[in-house]
Write a protein that binds this ligand. Structure first.
Ligand code: SF4
Length: 443
């Protein structure tokens, strides 16, 4: 990933004119991952035509990529698609030119773009706004500075906390919020058939010190741990110590410790300066990064029956390497407790696990996975336990990667078509929503 020094960013900030700004730490779920493409895809992105101009930053993922590309290419002859942020930005500009007012343009986007999109943007007229897709899949909150002079939108509350800002509210699905001289103006533009907030935010993606619906993420993760104990009492009786896979396993490990009374041995330590998220890396880099990132203290695990607490198993690389290390160090038994239930299908909404082939859970049962990674057992949390701990209603959560039930129609059709082909032996050539053939078959 391109590296920019903090001092260079601060120096650049100081030179910027104006009183509004948007930005994004992009997590790539569309387009290419080489350095040139990552730099090109840096947000905010802009679109302009006939004197109209808009800039946006967004979190999420577009599903109907090809349909939008065709529409945009007809209107912008020099349009070059790099990633889905370009699609949202150009689509919004098309609708702004058509409708003239922001609310109508955003409403058309909400109705015609399928996927997850939490967007912050600025128009050439000086509108500062944010909106969420009709299912509210990704988080986005609004807040203000203590003196009321500055208004902000942010994916997570943690960025408000560290700037001493106050959180005002989480945007509703299908809501547009604009900043006016009198503060926030809220408009619900589209009523979706259901809310579908990403359940994976709770298990892995969000920072533990962020809040959703007034609950800190780390509190939910602790409850995941307590629940894993309630669901696996037999195994708990056969364990001497708990280990966590740092750091997303730390909070649930606390819960496992509290509910079982078993010592949480802090014998897995994360290297402070190896900061890559192994989950995001290309497979060739992943194994060596995990090896460098997590140090296990051999004398503390030798001869022990161990519960390893992990947030999720996607490909299984991290868990497999950790179990392997524990075995080499003389662990007597290794049980793996996983807070996120078994992932059986791809995510089409902004988490980069967008094929069946990469998911160990799409092909194997928990027992088979335990055998593959050489664990004595792999215990996934139940769907009911997950839902209960979040405090959300079941139907307000997206759990498509766990259940195969996608909240939007094209995603459901793509997932169904490609699942059948995958089971017949087809090898996926990229993220499902970026395979033209898959989109055509699902259309
Ligand atoms: S499919 Fe899974 S990871 Fe993707 S938005 Fe839904 S719950 Fe989150």
């Amino acid at each position: 990933m391109p590296k920019i020094r903090t001092s260079a960013i601060q120096e650049w900030f100081g030179r910027l004119p104006g009183s509004m700004g948007i930005g994004n730490v992009r997590y790539t779920t569309s387009g290419k991952c080489d350095e040139r493409s990552l730099i090109k895809g840096t947000q905010p992105v802009t679109a302009m035509k006939n004197g109209s101009k808009v800039a946006i930053s967004f979190n999420g993922n577009v599903v109907n990529t090809f349909q939008l590309r065709n529409e945009i290419e007809r209107k912008f002859h020099d349009f070059e698609y790099d990633c889905d942020s370009d699609l949202i930005c150009h689509k919004l500009l098309i609708e702004l030119m058509k409708h003239k007012d922001l609310a109508s343009a955003v409403k058309a986007c909400m109705q015609e773009i399928e996927g997850a999109f939490s967007v912050a943007g600025i128009t050439e007229k000086g509108d500062f706004f944010a909106f969420k897709d009709p299912h509210g899949i990704r988080p986005l909150c609004a807040g203000h500075s203590p003196d009321g002079s500055t208004y902000v939108f942010s994916s997570e509350t943690v960025s408000l906390d560290i700037n001493d800002f106050e959180r005002d509210f989480e945007l509703e699905p299908g809501e547009l919020v604009t900043v006016t001289n009198n503060g926030f103006e809220r408009q619900k533009l589209v009523n979706g058939d259901r809310k579908a907030f990403c359940a994976f935010e709770f298990a892995y993606f969000a920072r533990p010190d962020s809040r959703f619906d007034d609950k800190y993420v780390y509190e939910v993760r602790e409850e995941f741990g307590r629940n894993l104990v309630r669901e696996n009492l037999g195994i708990v009786k056969d364990a001497d110590i708990i280990l966590s896979v740092p750091e997303t396993g730390d909070d649930p490990a606390m819960g496992v410790h509290e509910a079982s009374g078993i010592r949480w041995e802090r014998a897995t330590r994360r290297h402070r300066y190896v900061t890559e998220r192994a989950f995001l890396l290309l497979s060739k880099d992943r194994t060596s990064t995990i090896d460098r990132k997590v140090n296990i203290l051999g004398p503390k695990v030798k001869g022990k029956r161990i519960i390893v607490v992990e947030d999720s198993i996607v490909r299984s690389d991290t868990t497999r390497i950790i179990v392997e290390k524990l075995r080499k160090m003389g662990a007597k038994k290794v049980y793996v407790f996983v807070t996120f239930p078994r992932i059986i299908g791809p995510c089409l909404y902004g988490i980069d696990m967008a094929t069946y082939g990469q998911l160990i859970g799409s092909k194997h049962s928990p027992e088979e996975i335990a055998e593959i990674i050489d664990a004595d057992a792999v215990c996934y949390q139940s769907l009911e336990g997950l839902v209960k701990a979040t405090g959300f209603k079941k139907d307000d959560l997206c759990m498509a990667c766990l259940t195969g039930k996608y909240p939007t129609p094209l995603a459901q059709r793509i997932a169904d078509v490609m699942k059948k082909r995958f089971q017949e032996g087809y090898e996926e050539t990229g993220r499902l929503y970026e395979i033209e053939e898959a989109a055509a078959q699902a259309a």
